[in-house]
Design a protein around this ligand. Structure first.
Ligand SMILES: [Zn+2]
Ligand SMILES: [Zn+2]
Length: 308
């Protein structure tokens, strides 16, 4: 026998009286108290929470222990093949190699240009990292599946994250970033060797920025009360994606606020309509509709906006 447990109700009545920023934070932090009976799950449906995640757990299953102080919600059951919450040596190796490769790409190429050029390349890399994090997030949220070549795991991870956003808080840093580090490590080495100094420095920063974005994303799902002080400071100063900013993404139909490094470009990108423009181009090219268009609540409006 199985029992339904309502895990979060970001669109529910309980959140409607809160200020917008509090609502956004609640949507991403999963601070809504867990309901533990089937009746509560029915309540969620009754108030029309469009993106309530419902998990099925066996009745009488022993409570698992949270292994990290910042972990939120129940210990997740992982769906991706080979995924684990454990820290393993190969993860640390991948992350360490990637960080060293990016650092080498920066320092090695900085020898050949002036400090001003290096500074400009670093800034370009940071802006590029924020932009790339948004475009990659948009692409994997809306297209592909676990069966997609090369990017299948990323597509499944980003799409599954909307239904179980607290899972990421159960990961350590190396567990959280080791997969992306495998790609960025190789690409950083190639960029450091093959590109001209300015582009190599910018690329090294951009690639390291993707590792940071994945970690910034994790901390944006942790309530400030469980964050280390320096993370809180970075978030409040806008140097790291904040819970409030990322909470604006975690609402049906998940069609905006895609950047996950600083979140600083989100307003500009959303206002520009660039994601709707790209969706329209993809649709006209191959007839594939993004997942945000298929959302039962907000999807039709997003689709109309993209096609008008
Ligand atoms: Zn998303
Ligand atoms: Zn998230």
């Amino acid at each position: 026998m199985k029992q339904c447990v309502a895990l979060r109700t970001p669109g529910g009545l309980r959140l409607r009286r809160r200020p917008a920023t509090a609502r956004a934070a609640a949507a991403v932090l999963d601070e809504t108290p867990l309901a533990v009976d089937a009746a509560a799950a029915v309540d969620v449906a009754a108030v029309g929470a469009p993106d309530a995640a419902v998990a099925v757990v066996p009745v009488g299953a022993p409570a698992k222990i949270r292994r990290r102080p910042e972990a939120q919600g129940p210990v997740p059951t992982l769906a991706l093949p080979g995924d684990t919450l454990n820290d393993e040596a190969h993860m640390a190796l991948a992350v360490g190699t990637s960080c060293l490769a990016s650092l080498w790409g920066l320092l090695h190429n900085a020898q050949y240009v002036s400090p001003t050029t290096t500074a400009c390349a670093v800034v370009a890399g940071l802006v590029g990292a924020e932009l790339f994090s948004g475009v990659f997030h948009w692409a994997t949220d809306n297209y592909g599946s676990i069966n997609t070549p090369v990017f299948g795991q990323a597509c499944a991870a980003f799409q599954g994250h909307h239904g179980a956003p607290w899972t990421i808080t159960h990961r350590s840093t190396i567990n959280n970033v080791h997969k992306i580090s495998r790609a960025t490590g190789v690409l950083s080495l190639l960029a450091g060797v093959l590109l001209k100094p300015f582009h190599a420095i910018a690329a090294s920063v951009l690639l390291f920025g993707q590792v940071c974005a994945q970690e910034a994303h994790r901390w944006s799902h942790v309530p400030p009360s469980s964050q280390p002080k320096f993370i809180r400071r970075l978030q409040t100063s806008g140097l790291l994606l904040s819970s409030v900013e990322h909470g604006k993404h975690h609402r049906s139909p998940y069609a905006e606020h895609y950047c996950i490094l600083f979140g600083g470009l989100n307003a500009l990108l959303d206002r520009s309509g660039v994601f709707r423009w790209m969706e329209r181009r993809v649709f006209r090219f191959n007839g594939v509709e993004p997942n945000s268009w298929k959302d039962p609540i907000g999807g039709p409006a997003v689709r109309a906006q993209a096609l008008r």
